[in-house]
Design a protein around this ligand. Structure first.
Ligand SMILES: CC(C)=CCC/C(C)=C/CC/C(C)=C/CC/C(C)=C/COP(=O)(O)OP(=O)(O)O
Ligand SMILES: O=P(O)(O)OC[C@@H](O)CO
Ligand SMILES: [Mg+2]
Length: 249
C-alpha cells in the first residue's frame, strides 16, 4: 500500500469517518481554490479532491493543483472526469472506472489513455469503482450512466461486490454533484455490509444531520463540493466534521 492510501486508513482509524472536500478547478481557479482548501483543512477535512465532470482545461487544473498543494498539508487527490483530469503535482488520483456506464470509454478506455500519464507524473493510483446513483446530474449525463434508482440498494451492492472481486480497493457511491437527493443511508449500509474496502459517499450532502446518517451507515469518507462552491459557511463544515468524526468503525 502506498503513502496516501495508507494515510487514509490510518487517519480513518484515528478520527472516525473522514471528510473530503471537492474543489472544481473550473469554478474556483487559482487563488480562491487555495483559500477554500486552506479553510477546508482548518475545518477538519482530511483530503482535497480536485476535478469536475466538465473540467477539461488542463492548464487551469495544473495551476489549481499547484496552488492548493502549496496551501495545505493534507493530501491533494485528483478526481478526473476524463483523461484531461490527469495532471502533475497531486499526491494521488482516484483511478476510477464508472462501473454502471453504458459507454466503455468511461469503464476502461479513458483509463488506458490516462494510465501512462499517471505513471509519468508519479501519481499514486487509488483503484476506485465509481458507481453513480439516481439521474439528471451532470456526471450522470456525461458518463452515459445506466441508472441505479435510489431505492434499489441491491443493485449498488452487485456493483460494489464485483468491484471487490476485481481487486478495487475503493468504492465511491455518487449521487452527482449538486444532486437534489443524497445516496440513502439504507444503500450505504447494504454496500458496507459486503464491501471490505474504503467506502466513499458523495453528492447532495449539505448538513451535519445527513452526513452523520451516512457515516453511521458505514461510509469511510463523505465528499462535499457544491455546498462550499456556493459559499456555504465553514462553521457548518466544522459541524459536519464533528458529527462524522464521532462515528468509528
Ligand atoms: C481514470 C481516468 C483517467 C479517467 C476517469 C474517467 C471516468 C471514469 C469518468 C467518469 C465520468 C465522469 C464525468 C466523472 C466526473 C467526476 C467528477 C469530477 C464529478 C464532480 O464534478 P461535477 O461537479 O459533477 O462537474 P461539473 O461541475 O462539471 O458539473
Ligand atoms: O457537490 P456535491 O453535491 O457536494 O457532491 C460532491 C461529489 O460527490 C460530487 O462528485
Ligand atoms: Mg462541479
Amino acid at each position: 500500500m502506498q503513502k496516501t492510501e495508507n494515510y487514509l486508513h490510518v487517519i480513518r482509524k484515528k478520527k472516525g469517518t473522514l471528510l473530503f472536500v471537492l474543489i472544481d478547478s473550473e469554478n474556483s481557479a487559482g487563488h480562491s481554490a487555495s483559500t477554500l482548501a486552506k479553510e477546508a483543512e482548518k475545518s477538519g477535512a482530511s483530503a482535497i479532491l480536485v476535478g469536475g465532470s466538465s473540467a477539461t482545461d488542463q492548464l487551469t487544473m495544473t495551476e489549481t493543483v499547484s496552488s492548493i498543494k502549496k496551501a495545505v498539508k493534507i493530501p491533494v487527490i485528483l478526481f478526473p472526469g476524463n483523461v484531461t483530469g490527469v495532471v502533475p503535482g497531486a499526491d494521488a488520483i482516484l483511478f476510477s472506472s464508472l462501473l454502471n456506464s453504458d459507454n466503455p470509454y468511461f469503464i476502461s478506455q479513458a483509463q488506458a489513455l490516462g494510465a501512462p500519464s499517471v505513471l509519468r507524473f508519479g501519481l499514486e493510483p487509488l483503484p476506485t469503482a465509481y458507481i453513480i446513483i439516481g439521474e439528471g446530474t451532470t456526471v450522470w449525463h456525461v458518463g452515459s450512466v445506466r441508472t441505479i434508482p435510489f431505492d434499489k440498494p441491491s443493485l449498488a451492492v452487485m456493483y460494489a461486490l464485483s468491484a471487490q472481486f476485481m481487486g478495487m480497493r475503493f468504492v465511491y457511491l455518487e449521487a452527482g454533484s449538486g444532486a437534489k437527493s443524497n445516496v440513502k443511508p439504507e444503500m450505504v449500509a447494504a454496500v458496507r455490509k459486503l464491501f471490505k474496502g474504503f467506502l466513499i459517499v458523495g453528492g447532495g450532502i449539505r448538513s451535519p444531520e445527513t452526513a452523520e446518517e451516512i457515516a453511521k451507515a458505514g461510509a469511510d469518507a463523505i465528499v462535499i463540493g457544491t455546498f462550499i462552491e456556493k459559499g456555504g459557511s465553514f462553521k457548518t463544515i466544522s459541524d459536519i466534521v464533528k458529527a462524522i468524526q464521532s462515528v468509528r468503525k
